[in-house]
Ligand binder design. Structure first.
Ligand code: SAH
Length: 458
């Protein structure tokens, strides 16, 4: 391959001004229009940096020193939170994080030549310690069993005790488990050799219920010193309701295997969301920031403007959190979700809460929409909460034919949201209210929002 004629080379030390912050939270410095992405650098800062890696269209760099610092910079006491990607925006003040998220949506809206207002991001009063679930790898580091997080883009474990964004009760439980694994010489799983026992520790805690679940993910069915370890966890985690061993013998990055053994207590824990009870098993999806989920879903429900007479479709319904919260304000709710276990959870949760007007099917949302449309289902409101890739074009087309008056779009990716808004416009919909960002993942770069589309009268 011909040598590239790049304006910088590896190990070169330079100075420059940070002109932007990317969606991933990296600072951008430009040399002859060639961008260099630099972690832990903020817009406006003047820095000395070293080039760590070059590619055809961009390079990576590392800050050596700051000549000027951003007024939005806050000191993050533990740099490992940035290195690991636990808190990639942890060095940016919280008000600036909220603006960063609002601007991200606004910029994409403007780029698409759409004239839609984006409201300030709804944040948290205490934007840390919010996660109700932890899943941490266990590895041997320098001859000692450690729990922590991988350095960004690698499988190099960085030992951590204070995860900052997790419920501190989760952090405490991880330390208890780590101590027992060390004490009883349980071997961590080794990705290279495929040997060893313990792969991951997962911990969950109900925000309202305070019920705790610890899951030990092991490669082998046999867990050495099992009784002692169980006893130790029961004694060391006072709120424990469920202790489960999950067996994952596969040589993959997948976190959980398909077999669960309850070692102590119940196989599930419970929690509430908007006053509805949910049963959570080791493999259930459950929103990780319950306080902000309530805000987000309340916004979505408010936007749907229900008076008890409407038929609502909840596409991408997961375990039915939105469906069940909407059910008491609607005549009928139909949910669709592609993961069968989640649909089972949704059905179970409906029954357990005495909700009889919500029904769930396992299917791809795009296929099911077409089916419902052929069957003549006439929804008044369509709620969608798709994954990052956004809506399938065929879903929007089928939905257009069903002609719901309103579409409430909960999005976790502004790029696909903006693309989809344009597709809805083709189907005769317009954005009826400003877009409302809600910060579901403080200290990280994730951007969540609610958009209301209405059918344009013809
Ligand atoms: N509102 C839900 C979760 C939404 S997350 C809750 O709070 O529980 C997005 C969901 O879409 C996931 O549950 C994922 O399994 C599901 N999904 C992904 N692709 C899908 C598709 N093509 N059709 C239906 N569901 C899909």
């Amino acid at each position: 391959m011909a040598k590239l004629n790049l304006p910088v080379h590896k190990n070169q030390q330079l100075t420059g001004k940070v002109v932007d912050l990317t969606y991933q939270g990296n600072g951008v410095v430009k040399v002859d229009h060639y961008p260099i992405f630099i972690p832990n650098a903020l817009s406006g800062e003047e820095i000395s940096y070293v080039v760590t890696k070059t590619q055809r269209n961009f390079a990576w760099g590392r800050v050596v020193d700051w000549q000027t610092k951003s007024p939005d910079r806050v000191s993050l006491k533990d740099k490992r939170l940035l290195q690991t990607g636990i808190a990639p925006l942890g060095h940016l003040s919280y008000p600036a994080q909220l603006k960063f998220k609002q601007h991200q949506i606004a910029e994409l809206v403007a780029k698409a030549h759409l004239n839609i207002e984006v409201l300030p991001t709804l944040g948290m009063d205490k934007p840390y310690h919010y996660r109700n679930k932890a899943q941490v790898p266990v590895k041997m580091v320098k001859g000692q069993l450690e729990t922590g997080f991988y350095r960004r883009g690698s499988h190099h474990l960085v030992p951590i005790e204070d995860y900052y964004i997790q419920d501190p009760k989760l952090d405490q439980a991880i330390i208890v488990v780590r101590g027992l694994l060390r004490k009883f010489h349980v071997q961590p799983y080794d990705e290279q050799t495929g040997k060893g026992v313990i792969r991951t520790v997962m911990v969950r805690r109900g925000y309202y219920s305070h019920e705790m679940m610890v899951v030990l993910v092991t490669r082998t069915k046999h867990l050495p010193m099992k009784d002692e370890i169980v006893k130790g966890i029961v004694a060391g985690v006072p709120e424990l309701k469920s202790l489960v061993q999950n067996i994952n013998g596969a040589r993959t990055n997948r976190l959980l295997g398909s077999t669960d053994h309850t070692l102590w207590g119940d196989p599930v824990i419970h929690d509430q969301l908007l006053g509805i009870n949910f049963t959570i098993s080791p493999r259930s999806f459950y929103q990780v920031n319950p306080q902000q989920t309530e805000k987000l879903y309340s916004k979505a429900i408010e936007a749907a403007d229900l008076d008890g007479s409407q038929t609502v479709i909840d596409a991408y319904c997961g375990i039915g959190t939105i469906s069940l919260a909407v059910a008491k304000h609607a005549k009928q709710v139909e949910g669709v979700e592609v993961v069968a276990e989640a649909v089972n959870d949704a059905k179970h949760n409906a029954k357990a809460n005495g909700i009889h007007n919500a029904h769930f099917v396992t299917a791809k949302a795009e296929d099911q929409m077409a089916k419902w449309q052929q069957k003549g289902l006439k929804p008044d409101v369509l709620i969608v909460d798709p994954p990052r890739k956004g809506l399938d074009a065929s879903l929007i087309e089928a939905a257009g034919k069903m002609a719901p008056q309103k579409v409430v779009y909960v999005s976790c990716n502004p790029a696909t949201l903006v693309r989809d808004i344009q597709r809805w416009q083709v189907e005769g919909y317009h954005v009826a209210k400003p877009i409302q960002p809600v910060d579901m993942f403080p200290q990280t770069t994730h951007v969540e929002s609610v958009t209301v589309l209405e059918r344009t009268e013809k």
